[in-house]
Design a protein around this ligand. Structure first.
Ligand code: TRP
Ligand code: ZN
Length: 471
């Protein structure tokens, strides 16, 4: 019987060949699988190829008593190629069903990849709607640098979802890479007595009649998925408006309220200042979320409402997260290698804020790092020169000192070369040119030279890409 095997194989092979031929001659459309990752230099499996998401509609029911999440994600995307299947990133949780264009789709899971095979192949350019029903107890992920992200229980009963760089896949399926930004509508349904906070504007707060409240949050501007957040817990909510009319929504853990008040009170002034220094504030709403103390080991610039792990200790931290709304959130990195464009700018924003408000000048900050002078900046003796900010040695280093401080020093070196007028023109041109988009280091260096008319090769070679400690 063995000799017959080749014939048995030949039949399906022939069928596949015929199907391909039909596709070429205008028969049924034949798609191919979308890539399972976007080949990010540090997180190659993050994100997926073959489509671009326009909109996420997330309906999340969360019960803080047992940590159970019941979710529906409706993802509207455009196919960039004919697709026989495509992937979403999802970590943990149980998938209960997937439909594409209203029809049941087959799916399977390997690692953090959810592969969806629609009943009918998708055509290149087609806008399609995928619904994923899922449930379970979302998990906390530990990053390669040891920090926690994903879904994190907060002291006192509640939770926060955060996702830099890849934690959002722990609480919703998606194209989890910053290069695919989308609008979001996130509705959080929680038991009475809990607040639920997310990005953008609170459209409605509805009693569902079964002892729960649904909070519908609307975030119309493009958002990278790592900037999405969901916060459930006991919070004091304050709303208001900045002098120029931007709505503010602040949710503060009650025990942190007294210590937060003075720092958060400066948000309107910071927004106006940022608008002058960096260009118009990119979003329709602003605010902050102050978690119970020690909920996280870091603050995060979640879009429109940064999260703070307890009352911010210094106003510079509030300013840092606000500055990310321009640098990181509106102008987002093309890959995780470009993090210095987020953190260098947010750190330099702190130096500028200090300079404009009676603190040390940016020049003094710069010099303090060269001298290791911790009296000016307590991070001045950090290992800021360990690697060039434009090429961290690996994914464990995307939030390391050189990305922040040497990144800020790169910007100061440019300012030294071109002078204040051209420097601030460059900053505003950068935020305007890439507003709600993505950019990488090469985009920045090319633009900086073009806009200022200066040859900045010396700065790039020594400060941005050079090994060793610049002097
Ligand atoms: N991006 C955050 C900020 O600068 C900080 C941050 C997020 C972080 N995740 C981290 C720092 C992990 C260290 C490790 O505001
Ligand atoms: Zn930052």
């Amino acid at each position: 019987m063995e000799h017959r095997a080749p014939y048995r194989l030949a039949v399906p092979a022939l069928a596949a060949l015929l199907a391909l031929t039909t596709a070429c001659t205008g028969g049924p459309v034949q798609g191919r699988p979308g890539a399972s990752g976007l080949r990010d230099p540090f997180f190659p499996k993050a994100g997926n190829g073959g489509y671009d998401v326009d909109h996420y509609e997330l309906d999340l029911d969360y019960d803080p008593a047992d940590g159970q999440l019941n979710g529906t994600a409706v993802i509207t995307a455009r196919a960039r190629q004919g697709l026989s299947s495509f992937n979403l990133d999802l970590s943990g949780l149980e998938v209960e069903g997937v439909t594409v264009q209203g029809a049941d789709a087959r799916y399977n899971r390997t690692g953090n990849e959810l592969t969806v095979r629609p009943a009918v192949d998708l055509k290149q350019g087609e806008v399609f709607r995928t619904e994923v029903d899922y449930a379970g107890k979302p998990k906390t992920l530990t990053d390669v640098d040891g920090s926690k992200e994903g879904w994190i229980s907060t002291p006192g009963g509640g939770a926060v979802g955060v996702g830099e760089p890849v934690g959002s896949m722990a609480w919703f399926p998606g194209n989890h890479h910053p290069s695919d930004k989308a609008a979001y509508d996130i509705t959080l349904t929680v038991p009475h007595g809990y607040e639920a906070v997310s990005n953008g504007e609170l459209r409605s707060r509805t009693d569902t009649g079964d002892g729960r409240t649904a909070f519908a949050w609307h975030n119309p501007e493009p958002m990278a998925s790592y900037l999405a957040t969901a916060v459930v817990g006991t919070y004091q909510v304050t709303t208001g408006r900045t002098p120029s009319g931007i709505p503010l929504y602040e949710a503060v853990a009650p025990a942190e309220a007294a210590a937060s008040a003075g720092k958060l009170a400066r948000l309107p002034e910071m927004l106006e200042w940022g608008g002058r220094r960096f260009g118009p504030y990119p979003f329709g709403t602003a605010g902050a979320i102050v978690l119970p103390a020690k909920s996280l080991t870091y603050a995060l610039e979640t879009q429109t409402k940064p999260v703070f792990p307890g009352a911010p200790g210094e106003e510079e931290l509030v300013l840092h997260e606000l500055a990310h709304q321009w640098f990181g959130n509106s102008v987002s990195p093309k890959s995780w290698k470009d993090m210095w464009l987020n953190e260098g700018f947010a750190t330099y924003a702190e130096w500028l804020w200090a300079e404009d408000h009676g603190g040390p000048t940016a020049q003094r900050h710069f010099q303090a790092f060269l001298d290791g002078d911790t009296a000016v900046d307590e991070a001045a003796d950090s290992d800021w020169a360990a690697f060039p900010p434009a090429s961290p040695p690996g994914p464990a280093h995307i939030s390391a000192a050189p990305v922040y401080y040497r990144g800020a020093m790169v910007l100061h070196r440019i300012r030294q070369e071109v002078g204040d007028e051209k420097f601030f023109d460059l900053v505003r041109g950068w935020t305007a040119g890439h507003r709600h988009g993505n950019a990488d280091t090469a985009d920045f260096t090319a633009y900086a030279q073009e806009r200022t008319g200066h040859d900045l090769k010396g700065v790039w070679d020594v400060w941005l890409y050079g090994k060793g400690r610049p002097r």
